[in-house]
Design a protein around this ligand. Structure first.
Ligand SMILES: O=C(O)CCC(=O)N[C@@H](CCC(=O)O)C(=O)O
Ligand SMILES: [Zn+2]
Length: 342
């Protein structure tokens, strides 16, 4: 078992470890390091929850890394005793060290096998994504699904300010209904705003949903800031809910109340296909800002994109994405009653 702080150890082994390590903590919890940035904990007696907490799929999104670092440190010290099986992943240590979203390629466009597609493309982020897929498989399949509940929070922070500081992307469910209980757990995580994705993607959270029938979410916890500049008080409720999941299981407080949630659905996905791509609004326009019908949103070469409806709101605008990738999502608020919920 590596001595010292796990995040520091991870940052000194950017692309992996040659050997695995295992240790039974004094409280009986088994800790296993499977790779750099990959550590699982298994109590002798577990609740029915199998939890994956990932961060640093984008290396410059530091607040989730600090949260994960705190949780791992507390568990290794015996100050926090998990009652569920949990897998922590610090996905891209090299990009963390570099202070950038990625080194060569955005890992959150490489899941569900995309790492092995494309004309002869090989790079370390592709190799790392493939390994991370294997680790998630090993973890979830390490306890037969049966009645077990699989949850994966892939934690991020967003490039822009956001009208809803914290929000989750609820990936496409492959035809399954959405879950009231999971919405309640998100609200307890301080994330009552949810964006429903309406098709398969190559993101990490959709990989867990699609391959392992997990309740997987991309969770946006605030704005990207360098280490040392996060106001960790803004993450206190999120962290205490994670501690609660780890120690008590997935308990919800009270009944499901529709008015507690703000739900958006994707209207359009606008990809960048040309070098000459531009957004028609400044960098300080926040996520979830609504536009009026007819407003020009983006130009992609000769092609122009206008808001189709008044109230159409923008999410994740980024004119600098690689060609062929998503440069902007537009979304509309919908009533909770419109959801297929169980
Ligand atoms: O702020 C931004 O532009 C990007 C923040 C971010 O990394 N978002 C994720 C969302 C993944 C999803 O749609 O589930 C991403 O773009 O990978
Ligand atoms: Zn991110």
């Amino acid at each position: 078992m590596p001595g010292g702080n796990f995040l520091e150890f991870t940052r000194t082994h950017e692309w992996g470890l040659a050997i695995e390590a295992k240790q039974i903590l004094a409280n009986g919890v088994t800790a296993e390091v499977w790779d750099s940035g990959v550590i699982s904990f298994s109590p002798a007696q577990t609740t029915t929850l199998d939890l994956v907490l990932s961060c640093a799929v984008h290396g410059d999104e530091t607040a989730p890394i600090e949260i994960v670092d705190d949780l791992i440190t507390e568990i290794l010290a015996g100050d926090l005793v998990p009652t569920c099986r949990v897998l922590f992943l610090i996905a891209n240590p090299a990009a963390v060290n570099n202070g950038t979203r990625f080194i060569e390629e955005n890992m959150n466009r490489l899941f569900s096998g995309a790492h092995s597609k494309g004309p002869g493309l090989v790079n370390r982020e592709r190799e790392r994504t493939k390994k991370i897929e294997e680790y998630v498989g090993r973890f979830f399949q390490g306890a037969p699904k049966g009645e077990r509940e699989r949850i994966h929070y892939d934690m991020h922070t967003a490039i822009r300010d956001s009208a809803h500081e914290k929000f989750a992307v609820y990936p496409y469910q492959d035809g399954r209904p959405y879950s009231k209980k999971q919405l309640q757990l998100l609200k307890q995580l301080d994330v009552p705003t949810v964006l429903l994705n309406d098709g398969p993607t190559t993101t990490f959270s959709y990989f867990s949903v699609n391959r392992f029938q997990a309740h997987g979410f991309t969770v946006e916890l605030g704005k990207v800031r360098p280490f040392g500049q996060n106001d960790m008080t803004r993450f206190a409720q999120t962290k205490s809910q994670l501690v609660r999941l780890l120690t008590e299981g997935s308990m919800v407080d009270g009944e499901f109340v529709e008015d507690d949630y703000k739900i958006y659905q994707v209207l359009r996905v606008i990809n960048r296909t040309q070098e000459d791509f531009s957004l028609n609004f400044p960098d300080d326009v926040a996520n979830f800002t609504a536009f009026n019908q007819g407003d020009l949103l983006a130009r992609d070469g000769d092609r122009t994109y206008y808001a189709e409806k008044t109230g159409e709101s923008i999410i994740f605008p980024n004119a600098k994405v690689a060609l062929g990738q998503r440069a902007l999502l537009t979304v509309m608020a919908i009533p909770v009653t419109q959801l297929d919920l169980v």
